[in-house]
Design a protein around this ligand. Structure first.
Ligand SMILES: O=C(O)CCC(=O)C(=O)O
Ligand SMILES: [Fe+2]
Length: 338
């Protein structure tokens, strides 16, 4: 695939000016049926809280012994530490694993018995800020709930249609560190910071610090999505694409190898993965003709059964799979990439 900076960037949605649900639904519809990505501004997560999470993250990754980090690993529950190269988001292309380490946290405040996340062990360096970390995760969950309501409005469904099957047991806040890496020399390297992939759940909130590298595939080209002050990058995940039979796009994205000296420094990002509940079935929903009419002519062809089946297959779902659920899709993708 070629690189391009000529294409228009993703749109920016403001939660302040879009307090009207109808308007929010329309803007979300437009973003989700085209790139599947948008910047979200005027959300309710203050900059100081985002900065604090980045401080927690850099302290953990840069000041914890490798041996101690490895004690924090719990792949079976999708929590805790994951070492450099442990994950290969694009196994078809990358042979050595992604050049990153990460740490997954659960929705710590969850009181749900039926949808309880696994219990989390805190590394020593995070303990003093456990309360702040907990409230940051809560703020991410609340923001995702607003986005899920926006998805429902966009699709002509009742406001809490999606929210009611997202209790957060599989949600994870992921702190990610891409260690310093020299700029790539000639573009032939198959090493990558995060291989091309789509996310598995309903939506993802992504906080980037100062170092770029995130790219999204738009019309066959890789487009940079640089960090924007005060903005969260939001993207649609596979579950939402499956429910909408390909109307909403769970788009491939990646974190490229550094291209400049500035990008060669440590890169930190924080992602909140919003996942459907364990038994929620991921089958196409009935979408009203009045909604389908809004699909621009130029992308109507994406509604064909053949194209949708191809998309499902590219996301690891074999033809004829019955009863795909939130839990089964998540585990299948995690097992395929580790
Ligand atoms: O670190 C980033 O900017 C993107 C990470 C990502 O896409 C992911 O972990 O799913
Ligand atoms: Fe991703």
């Amino acid at each position: 695939m070629t690189q391009s900076q000529e294409l228009p960037p993703i749109s920016t949605l403001s939660l302040a000016s879009l307090s009207d649900q109808e308007q929010l639904g329309q803007a979300i519809f437009q973003a989700c049926t085209t790139t599947g990505f948008f910047y979200l501004k005027d959300h309710s997560i203050p900059k100081q809280e985002v900065d604090r999470i980045f401080d927690v993250s850099s302290r953990y990754f840069l000041q914890t012994d490798e041996e101690d980090k490895r004690k924090d690993a719990d792949f079976a529950n999708n929590i805790g530490y994951r070492a450099m190269k442990a994950e290969t988001l694009d196994p078809a292309t990358s042979k050595e694993g992604d050049l990153k380490e990460s740490f997954n946290l659960v929705l710590l405040s969850s009181k749900s018995k039926e949808h309880a996340p696994p219990s989390q062990t805190f590394p020593a360096s995070m303990l003093p800020e456990k309360e702040e970390i907990t409230s940051f995760i809560d703020a991410c969950k609340s923001t995702c709930d607003v986005v899920l309501q926006g998805f429902a409005h966009a699709l002509g469904l009742t406001e809490n249609y999606f929210k009611d099957c997202h209790h957060g047991a599989h949600d994870r806040l992921r702190l990610i560190h891409y260690p310093p890496t020299p700029p790539r020399e000639d573009g032939t390297s198959t090493s990558i910071r995060a291989g091309s992939h789509s996310d598995y759940g309903s939506c993802t909130l992504l906080f980037q610090k100062d170092v770029g590298g995130l790219q999204v595939e738009v019309e066959g080209k890789w487009v940079d999505i640089p960090p924007q002050e005060g903005c969260i990058v939001v993207n649609v995940g596979d579950a939402m694409e499956f429910w909408t039979k390909g109307l909403f796009q769970s788009t491939q994205h990646r974190v490229a190898l550094p291209r400049t000296e500035a990008e060669s420094a440590s890169r930190f990002s924080v992602a909140y993965f919003c996942q459907p509940d364990e038994d929620t079935v991921l089958e196409p929903l009935e979408i009203a003709p009045s909604i389908l009419e809004k699909v621009p002519e130029s992308i109507k062809w994406k509604q064909s059964v053949g194209y949708f089946e191809e998309r499902m297959e590219s996301k690891g779902v074999k033809r004829g799979t019955s009863k795909l659920t939130g839990g089964s899709h998540l585990r299948a993708r995690l097992n395929a990439t580790h």
